[in-house]
Design a binder for this molecule. Structure first.
Ligand code: EPZ
Length: 419
């Protein structure tokens, strides 16, 4: 298993280009199952989760041609596809559940492996299933699989989520696109990735409009040939912004939409970062003294992203005073805290609230990755720790960060991949 060797503390300066958003690319790829006409998706990030989704689509019968740089995929589906999403693929990536909505909508049947647990929380799929059921899907869970079917086309209806869920919103929107009549989905997640999904579907002829957290969909019979570019990764953007802030860095971050990271940039400004924002780039300089922040609370968009929580925790370890972070989305998303403690961090956790003492002189150590964002937090921490750190199990990082060690090396981080 690959490891990273990082020698800190590092000086950070230079330019970084942000890749396409993993979480948008995944759902756009799943949505291509609705199409009979060819779809071209550009700006795909070259990360492992995208390969998993491409393999899943191939296993269903999609014909996929990748460009030489693997950032553009042309997807052409046969009239009939397979409808079986196997355990072997789903178990490696929970986002595979996103094929259920399009399969049931387009082919009126699907056998999809039920996603298992995950390090950061239980992550059930009950809202996905109940919303699809309201659209006309019947299902049974047997031997670890969701056996689903519908009586022909799904039928538009009104759905209200009792809790905001990114994945359930996405699955339901995709399914409703080809349903008969109107669907109204209330209390939707409205993360930028979801707006990217509805923009993509509208480009292909879907009829989707938004009113706050309500999504209105008028079903269409089919979707048109489409060419679409995936939005920039806002979490990768935020991660590099934290890197600059924590290490007195000076970065120009390119190819992004600053509006998608506004809330997190405000936090970094409070911490002392100097930030200049342009249409598709950010200049950011880290302060000499990082200010502590009390009451950082993760929340659904437009709140602070849970996917930025671990990076902000590392930043607060280096602030000159006490900070606190409350995790409101996932029940077990402080896995990085005990690894940060191995570097010397002073973090106390009570329920979903972490109190961070700050003013910590971090010292390099051997560390273990547990999930994607926890792993990137360890990279940031190792960068500002004195001495060598080894980060084990970096396959977690490879799932969602394109060429992270190359990008970091280019801006001055002493990082090596050990095979
Ligand atoms: C998406 O996960 C992202 N994944 C996550 O990114 C992200 O952290 C999360 O949204 C929140 O922003 C992808 O887009 C592929 P949810 P998702 O449904 O859709 C509960 C990363 O690091 N819930 O909004 O699975 C759930 O347990 C990842 O890139 C139910 O109870 O998140 C959680 O507590 C990790 N029942 C909360 O809702 C359901 O049916 C929000 O989850 C669905 C969700």
């Amino acid at each position: 298993m690959d490891k990273f060797l990082i020698e800190g503390p590092c000086k950070i300066k230079g330019k970084v280009k942000i890749s396409g958003a993993k979480n948008s690319a995944l759902v756009l790829l799943a949505a291509t199952l609705l199409f009979e006409k060819p779809v071209t998706l550009k700006n795909l990030p070259r990360v492992r989760d995208i390969n998993t989704m491409l393999n899943l689509l191939k296993s269903l019968g999609s014909k996929i041609t990748l460009s030489k740089d693997r950032k553009t995929a042309r997807i052409q589906n046969k009239k009939k596809l397979k409808t079986f999403a196997s355990y072997s693929l789903v178990k490696t990536m929970r986002a595979s559940i996103l094929v259920l909505g399009p399969l049931i909508s387009k082919f009126h049947k699907s056998t999809t492996s039920y996603p298992g647990g995950c390090n950061i929380g239980l992550r059930p799929v009950n809202y996905h299933l109940s919303a699809l059921k309201k659209l006309g899907m019947k299902y049974q869970i047997k031997k670890g699989y969701i056996h689903a079917k519908s009586n022909g086309r799904l039928l538009g209806t009104t759905i209200k989520f009792s809790k905001i869920s990114v994945g359930a919103t996405e699955n339901t929107i995709i399914a409703a696109c080809l349903a008969r009549g109107k669907t109204i989905i209330k209390n939707c997640a409205i993360e930028p990735e979801i707006k990217d999904l509805t923009n993509f579907l509208n480009c292909a002829g879907a009829k989707i409009t938004w009113k706050g957290r309500t999504c209105l969909i008028t079903g269409v019979n089919s979707l048109n040939e489409t060419d679409y570019s995936v939005m920039a990764d806002r979490i990768e953007t935020g991660t590099f912004c934290v890197a600059a802030t924590i290490a007195q860095g000076d970065l120009e971050i390119q190819n992004l939409n600053p509006k998608n990271i506004k809330t997190e940039l405000n936090i970094l400004k409070k911490a002392g970062a100097k930030i200049r924002v342009f249409e598709n780039k950010i200049f950011i300089k880290g302060p000499k003294v990082i200010k502590p922040i009390k009451n950082i609370k993760t929340k659904e968009w437009p709140g602070i992203a849970t996917d930025m929580q671990s990076q902000l925790m590392v930043l607060m370890c280096k602030a000159n005073g006490e900070s606190s972070i409350t995790e409101n989305i996932f029940e077990n998303r402080f896995l990085h805290a005990s690894e940060l403690q191995r570097l010397g961090a002073k973090i106390k956790i009570i329920n979903n609230k972490a109190t961070i003492q700050g003013n910590t002189k971090l010292i390099g150590a051997e560390l273990m990755s547990s999930d994607l964002r926890a792993s990137v937090a360890l990279v940031l921490a190792a960068m500002v720790s004195r001495g060598k750190s080894t980060i084990n199990r970096v396959y977690h990082l490879d799932r969602g960060y394109e060429n992270i060690e190359k990008k970091l090396r280019k801006i001055g981080v002493k990082i090596k991949r050990l095979k």
